[in-house]
Write a protein that binds this ligand. Structure first.
Ligand SMILES: [Zn+2]
Length: 101
């Protein structure tokens, strides 16, 4: 028997963004905010490895912009749902198939 599990997440369920240092694998999670952009760290808080040269690094700004856009999507979906649109939007997460003998 093959069982397939599908996991969906609506934008409003995104509570935070996790950053993982690829050098030491320390993780930090920053809560999503709707009132302003979250502060994306420029370096690891454990091993101090620099992820970006500064907040002016275009790659850092790209991460900030991407997270900001995600926040806007969550806001737009929430507004649609509050306007009586009979539609719910969720994103499917990539999962692995489980095989049960
Ligand atoms: Zn680190």
């Amino acid at each position: 028997m093959t069982r397939e599990t599908r996991t969906f997440i609506s934008p409003s369920e995104i509570a935070g963004v996790q950053f993982e240092c690829t050098k030491c694998h320390a993780k930090v999670t920053i809560p999503m905010r709707t009132d302003r952009n979250i502060e994306v760290p420029t370096q690891c808080c454990v091993c101090n490895d620099y992820w970006f040269s500064s907040v002016m690094d275009t790659r850092h700004r790209a991460v900030v912009t991407a997270i900001d856009q995600l926040t806007k999507v969550a806001k737009m979906v929430s507004e649609l749902e509050s306007q009586g649109v009979n539609l719910s939007i969720a994103f499917q997460l990539a999962t692995h198939e489980n095989t049960v003998a």
